[in-house]
Design a protein around this ligand. Sequence first.
Ligand code: GTP
Ligand code: MG
Length: 392
Amino acid sequence: MTAAEQQPTTEYANKGYGVANLPNQLHKIVTKKGTDFSIMVVGESGTGKTTYVNTLFASEMLTPMDDVTRRKKQLDKTVDVNIHKAELEEKNFRVKLNIIDTPGFGDYVDNNECWAPIFDFIENQYEQYLIQEQQPVRKGLIDMRVHACLYFIRPNGHSLKPLDIRAMKTIGERVNLIPVIAKADTLSPNALKAFKKRIMDVIQAQNIQIYSPPLDGEDDRATAKNRSIIASMPFSIIGSETEVATPDGRKVRGRKYNWGVAEVENENHSDFIKLRELLIRTHMLDLINTTQEIHYDFYRTSQMKTRKFGEIKPKKTDNKKFKDEEENLRKRFTEKVKLEENRFRQWEQKLITERDRLNKDLEAEHSLVKQLETELEALQNSASPNAKFFRK
Ligand SMILES: Nc1nc2c(ncn2[C@@H]2O[C@H](COP(=O)(O)OP(=O)(O)OP(=O)(O)O)[C@@H](O)[C@H]2O)c(=O)[nH]1
Ligand SMILES: [Mg+2]
């Protein structure tokens, strides 16, 4: 990157949140009770998810509800799902923002389905919402459905790893998936460009579903903007929790190198601002709507096909796949026990035969001793008529 002297853009400064532009009807609803909006960060361990969350809070959040969580610098491995909360408010609009930080995956020898806890978390939020919707009184619904899931791709400069492909494929079927290239400061602008292209090629070839802003609206300007957003995907981001001084004397959030500073909020260095705008300004409403109308609706209808209204979701252990597995295990166990029992019986039989044989030998020995004793007695009797008095 050569742009240490390049100025960060101020184009987005002082703009309102997307909620201010919601259509009137929604405007009223939102004004009354506020809306929930949840962003989740997922991806391999050490790709900078926690740093990104902290950077986003430091750069944007106005009135964090949970100051303790917000300030907690947690750059060690994340081991639990952490939910950071903030409240955005503008012109009577309230957005309850949840940012869900998840433990990274990919650390184990067997990474098969290591994203399953994340997938389950997403589905659980739909399930919780579904249960509440089915209650007679539906006031004060708690909505933790994930509206945008940022998938962090390691900046290896080559392509997507098989693990990423499988994880993105699965997660993308349930939620608005937004791929991001982590640690963009570690790639040169040319390498980053080529990397972005290769990733998009794989996403298309593998038919991975990612969030795509609408291109069929009536507003030409909005459509053109959406096209440029699609062209920028996957967004490259830089995360940093500290401010550093640029060679031209500015203090910015960024990462310092010998060649200069990689600035978080400089659009020539990363797509951090573009992504932030999309998430909490320009496309918040679309993310909320698509979650409700596509992803949640898909979940609801698929559940309703197999469950009656109000019936609780079968636990994993009631699941057919798990049941079959359990049945197979039980069969294998019974077979093994039978086999061992057989072996034991054969061994027991052998022991009995051996015992009988030894008993017979013993009896033979006994009768031999008896016979010898009789012979000895007979001999003694015949040798001396008085001998019997000295026998014992
Ligand atoms: N160069 C560079 N390093 C970064 C960036 N973001 C984070 N890091 C560093 O990468 C390391 C891991 O960052 P974390 O934010 O803990 O990564 P994580 O994805 O939350 O990791 P897990 O919690 O284990 O999944 C830290 O040393 C960060 O300082 C970035 O944009 N560029
Ligand atoms: Mg983390």
